[in-house]
Design a protein around this ligand. Structure first.
Ligand SMILES: *[C@@H]1O[C@H](CO)[C@@H](O)[C@H](O)[C@H]1NC(C)=O
Ligand SMILES: *[C@@H]1O[C@H](CO)[C@@H](O)[C@H](O)[C@H]1NC(C)=O
Ligand SMILES: *[C@@H]1O[C@H](CO)[C@@H](O)[C@H](O)[C@H]1NC(C)=O
Ligand SMILES: *[C@@H]1O[C@H](CO)[C@@H](O)[C@H](O)[C@H]1NC(C)=O
Ligand SMILES: *[C@@H]1O[C@H](CO)[C@@H](O)[C@H](O)[C@H]1NC(C)=O
Ligand SMILES: *[C@@H]1O[C@H](CO)[C@@H](O)[C@H](O)[C@H]1NC(C)=O
Ligand SMILES: *[C@@H]1O[C@H](CO)[C@@H](O)[C@H](O)[C@H]1NC(C)=O
Length: 622
C-alpha cells in the first residue's frame, strides 16, 4: 500500500458526464419507488408471541483443487540459456550482529565476509529478530468453525450485475511488509531495513511470511480466493544487486516453493519485481541519503542511480527465467511515483520497464501479461463548474500518472504538466517512444482515495503554472491545493486515518478517466481500508469491521457500474491486504482482512473478508 497523500479539452465532455456535479434540490430525500403507499393509518392488533426468526448458516468454500496446469513460457531449464553463461549460484547464511567468529574468505568479493559487510554497513537500527519460526511451517487445514459467515449487514448492495467471466479477484501483499526473516537465508539489506533511521517500528519480523507462507496461503485458499499477488525481494535473489554477481540459491528455491504451493492450492500467482525494497548498493557509501526528501515522491528509491536500469533488468531476467512458466501476471514496479526522486528516476523506470517487457515478450516468449502498479489519489475538481478547478484536477492527475502512462500506453511524450514542473526532464526521442510505447498489457492502479483540488490561489488557473515554474513554491510538485472536503465543506468519504477519507463515490469516475485516457483494460491492483484506530480495539471489535465491509462492497459496486453502465473494461481487483502488516513506519495502520497477533503469529479472519468474498461469489466470480 502507498502513503495516502496524494488532457485536453477533447475529453472534457465525457469527463464532465462522469463527474460529481452539484445540483440544487429542496426538501428531504425523495423515494420514487414508494409512489402509491402514502397511507398513514396503520391497523394494530394482538397475536400470541413466538420466536419465528430464522437465519441461514453458510460456510466459505475453498478454491477447488487444480485440474490442469497451464504454462506461460518454456520450462525454467530451457529459459536459463537466455542468461549469461557465467552466472553463478551460491548460498550465504544468517547475519548475527553479536557473532564473535569472523568469516575468513576476505579475498572473495562475494563471499561470507563481503556479505556480512553489507549488513555491517547497513547497521540496521536496533536490529533484532524475535521470531517464532526459523524453518518453513507445514500448513494445517482451516477448521470449518473458522469459516462460518458472519450475519449480513442490514444495508447492502441490491444490484443485479455479475462480474465478467475471468474477472481476477485476489489478495495482495509485498515482501518487506510481511516476510520477516530479514537477514536470513542470504538476504542482504534493502532500503526497507534502514527506513527510516528513527525509532519507528521496523520490518525485521512482520508476519513471518517467509516461513509461515504455506499457512497464510492455505487460509486464503480456504476462503475461496483465487489470485495471490506478492512481491519478490531483489535482495533475496541477488544479495550484491548488480549484474555479474552471484544468485542466491536459497532465494530462488524459496519463491519456487511458494509459487508451487500457490498452484497446488488451485490459486494463481501474481508477481511484482520491485515493491519499494531497493537494494542498498544504489545509495553508495552514505546511507543517510536514503532519507533525503525527493523532489517528486515521498522516499528516495534510488531509481535515478546511473547503475540502476541495467541492474534492474538483469534482476528481472533472472527472476523471470526461473518463474515465468508458472506466473501469468507480472508487475515490474510498484507505485514508482512515490519512490521517484526526480525526473531522471522516472526516465529510468519507464525505460527499464520497457526493456523487461520486450525481453519477456520477444526473447523469453512469455504468454502472460505485464504492467506496473500505479498510485494516484484521484483529483476531483472542487467545483466541477469552475474551469480553473477542472484545470487543476487535470493538471494534478496528469502529473502523477502521465509521466509513466503516456509513454507506456500511448507511445506519447511526457505531459506538459510534467515538463513544466521538472524542466530538467530527460527528453524522449521518437525511437525511445516507439520502444516504450505499448509495453503495458493493462493498467494496474491502486485507487485508495480521491482528493478535492483547486488552484493554489482559488479560482486563479495561472497560479498553477506560476507554482510549477517556482522551484521553492510550497505547493510543489503538484501545484494544487488539496482538501478532503467538497465545495460546501463536507468530508467526501469514510474516515480512515485521521487525515484521509476513503471515497467510493469517485471510483467510478476514476475508472472512466483511466480507461478513456490510456485506452487499455484496468486492473485494481490494490484497494483497502484502515479502519480508524483499529489497532487500539479489542480483538473481537477488530474482527467485526463493518466500516471495511462497507468500503469493499461500495467500491466493488462502483466497479460493476463502471463495467456495465459505462463500458469500462475492469479486469481485476486485489484486496490490500490479506493480513494486517507493516505499513512502513507502523504496525497500527490495519489494512488487513485478517488480523495478525505479532506475539503468537495467530491469524483471524475479519468480517469484511467474508463479506467481500460473498459479494464477489454472489456475482459469479470464481
Ligand atoms: C545481540 O545481543 C543483544 C544483547 O544481548 C541482544 O539484546 C540482541 O537481541 C542480540 N541481537 C540479535 C540479533 O540476536
Ligand atoms: C532503539 O531502541 C531504543 C529502546 O527501545 C529506543 O529508545 C531508540 O529510539 C531506538 N532507536 C532506533 C534508531 O530505532
Ligand atoms: C550508484 O550505485 C552504485 C552501485 O551500483 C554505487 O557504487 C554508487 O555510489 C551509487 N551512486 C550514488 C550517487 O549513490
Ligand atoms: C551524507 O548524506 C547526507 C544527506 O544527503 C549529508 O547531509 C551528509 O553530509 C553526507 N555525509 C557525507 C560523509 O558525505
Ligand atoms: C515562489 O514561492 C515562494 C514560496 O511560496 C514565494 O515566497 C515566492 O514569492 C515565489 N516566487 C515567485 C517568483 O512567485
Ligand atoms: C485550499 O482551498 C480551500 C478551498 O478554497 C481553502 O479553504 C483553503 O484555505 C486553501 N488552503 C490553503 C493552504 O491555501
Ligand atoms: C496476542 O496474543 C497474546 C498471547 O495470547 C495475548 O496476550 C494478546 O492480548 C494478543 N494481542 C492481541 C492484540 O489480541
Amino acid at each position: 500500500m502507498a502513503r495516502l497523500y496524494g488532457f485536453g479539452q477533447l475529453l472534457l465532455a465525457s469527463l464532465v458526464a462522469a463527474q460529481q456535479v452539484f445540483l440544487a434540490a429542496e426538501g428531504p430525500t425523495t423515494r420514487p419507488q414508494c409512489r402509491g403507499t402514502k397511507t398513514r393509518e396503520p391497523k394494530y392488533s394482538f397475536t400470541p408471541f413466538s420466536f419465528t426468526l430464522t437465519d441461514t448458516v453458510r460456510y466459505a468454500t475453498s478454491v477447488p483443487a487444480p485440474t490442469a496446469t497451464t504454462t506461460y513460457a518454456a520450462p525454467s531449464e530451457a529459459l536459463i540459456t537466455l542468461l549469461p553463461s557465467s552466472l553463478s549460484y551460491t548460498t550465504w547464511s544468517k547475519w548475527d550482529p553479536n557473532a564473535t567468529a569472523k568469516a575468513t574468505d576476505t579475498d572473495n568479493p562475494f563471499g561470507s565476509a563481503a556479505w556480512t559487510a553489507l549488513w555491517e554497513h547497513a547497521n540496521p537500527p536496533n536490529f533484532t529478530e524475535k521470531a517464532l519460526y526459523s524453518t518453513t511451517v507445514s500448513p494445517t487445514p482451516i477448521p470449518s468453525t473458522e469459516l462460518v459467515l458472519p450475519p449480513r449487514d442490514y444495508f447492502g448492495p441490491t444490484d443485479c450485475y455479475n462480474f465478467p467471466e475471468d474477472f481476477e479477484f485476489g489478495v495482495a501483499s509485498s515482501a518487506s511488509q510481511v516476510e520477516g526473516a530479514t537477514a536470513e537465508e542470504g538476504k542482504s539489506p534493502s532500503l526497507m531495513d534502514i527506513l527510516v533511521q528513527d525509532d519507528r517500528p521496523k520490518a525485521y519480523v512482520t508476519n513471518e511470511f517467509y516461513y509461515y507462507y504455506k499457512q497464510d496461503i492455505e487460509r486464503v485458499a480456504a476462503m475461496g480466493v483465487k489470485y495471490f499477488s506478492f512481491s519478490i525481494a531483489w535482495t533475496r535473489i541477488l544479495p550484491f544487486a548488480l549484474p555479474g554477481t552471484p544468485v542466491n540459491q536459497q532465494g530462488i528455491d524459496h519463491y519456487n516453493d511458494m509459487i508451487n504451493f500457490i498452484l497446488e492450492k488451485g490459486m494463481v500467482p501474481v508477481a511484482t519485481l520491485l515493491h519499494f525494497d531497493t537494494p542498498l548498493q544504489f545509495y553508495g557509501s552514505n546511507l543517510t541519503k536514503a532519507a533525503d526528501r525527493p523532489e517528486i515522491g515521498y522516499v528516495n528509491g534510488a531509481y535515478q542511480n546511473e547503475t540502476f536500469p541495467d541492474a534492474f533488468v538483469n534482476y528481472a531476467k533472472i527472476v523471470m527465467t526461473h518463474y515465468a512458466d508458472r506466473v501469468p501476471i507480472w508487475f515490474t514496479f510498484n507505485e514508482p511515483l512515490l519512490y521517484s526522486t526526480n525526473a531522471k528516476s522516472i526516465d529510468h523506470v519507464i525505460k527499464s520497464h520497457a526493456r523487461v517487457f520486450h525481453f519477456y515478450k520477444e526473447e523469453l516468449k512469455g504468454t502472460g501479461k505485464i504492467s506496473m502498479k500505479f498510485n494516484d489519489n484521484f483529483g476531483v475538481p472542487r467545483d466541477p463548474n469552475s474551469e480553473a478547478d477542472v484545470y487543476a484536477a487535470n493538471h494534478f492527475n496528469s502529473l502523477q500518472l502521465g509521466p509513466f502512462c503516456d509513454p507506456i500506453f500511448l507511445g506519447k511524450d511526457y505531459p506538459d504538466s510534467f515538463k513544466q514542473t521538472f524542466p530538467d526532464f530527460v527528453p524522449l526521442s521518437k525511437e525511445d517512444l516507439a520502444y516504450i510505447g505499448h509495453t503495458g498489457d493493462f493498467l494496474g492502479i491502486d485507487p485508495y482515495t480521491a482528493t478535492v483540488v483547486c488552484p493554489p490561489v482559488p479560482g486563479v488557473q495561472e497560479s498553477i503554472l506560476d507554482c510549477a515554474r517556482n522551484s521553492t513554491s510550497t505547493y510543489r510538485p503538484y501545484c494544487v491545493n488539496q482538501t478532503m472536503v467538497n465545495v460546501y465543506g463536507w468530508d467526501i468519504g469514510y474516515k480512515s486515518f485521521s487525515y484521509v477519507y476513503i471515497t467510493p463515490t469517485y471510483l467510478r469516475s476514476y475508472l472512466n478517466y483511466l480507461y478513456n485516457t490510456w485506452r487499455v483494460p484496468v486492473a485494481i491492483t490494490e484497494f483497502g481500508f484502515p479502519v480508524f484506530s483499529e489497532a487500539e480495539m479489542a480483538l473481537s471489535d477488530q474482527l467485526f469491521d463493518t466500516p471495511r465491509s462497507q468500503y469493499y462492497l461500495s467500491y466493488m459496486s462502483e466497479v460493476l457500474k463502471a463495467i456495465w453502465e459505462d463500458g469500462v473494461e475492469v479486469i481485476a481487483a486485489f484486496a490490500w491486504s490479506g493480513n494486517d502488516n507493516w505499513e512502513f513506519s507502523s504496525y497500527d495502520a490495519h489494512f488487513g482482512i485478517q488480523t495478525v497477533n505479532r506475539t503468537t503469529q495467530q491469524r483471524n479472519y475479519k468480517k469484511s473478508f467474508f463479506d467481500l468474498v460473498d459479494f464477489m461469489k454472489a456475482r459469479g466470480v470464481e
